[in-house]
Design a protein around this ligand. Sequence first.
Ligand code: GRF
Length: 210
Amino acid sequence: MSRKRVAVLISGRGSNMAALIEAAKDKNYPAEIVLVVSNVADAGGLAVARSNGIAAEVVDHTAFGKDRAAFERALQAKLEQHRIELICLAGFMRLLTAGFVAKWQERMLNIHPALLPAFKGLDTHKRALAAGAKLHGASVHFVVPEMDAGPIIVQGAVAVHANDTEAALAARVLTVEHRIYPLALRLVAEGRVRVENSRCLIDGKPAPLS
Ligand code: GRF
């Protein structure tokens, strides 16, 4: 089976992007990262992608003002140029329109640093600590128009420690992110994930915590 052609969309340091690139170095991995796109010109992840020989391009949203559709047309053009089959959002800090999301339905993944549906949005670690949560983690899900709301593909959990700082908790969750994103992409690329009633089934069954 040919490997799926994947674009990773970033806005910053790109550590999840790097984890996906590492996983895809294995010839048996069912996906290859062929393109990285950042909406921020000086995103740290761009240099990492280039040093791995991956095409890394900038589509600067500020150049399009408030015209989200025009930004997405430019993005879509890059994706088509590189014959992209799957998209991984990895710290990509732009909301995408329903039209773009529909075009990539069940072919676009996102990673969120919380156990969805808890703590959608920003500052998840701070909010988990403030809520006194004992368990926290990360989720990889299919992207739907509503933010952080799509069918969950894989989740990984960590314990929240009594004296945790936001930074310590974030670092613990990040190690989980780097493990579960390559796993989720693998499952999707292998065609093992099906969405039924807004829930993901893996090999036809509900899947356990990863
Ligand atoms: C990660 O915590 C990810 O879950 C969130 O944004 C952060 C991006 O980090 N969506 P990185 O750029 O992958 O290092």
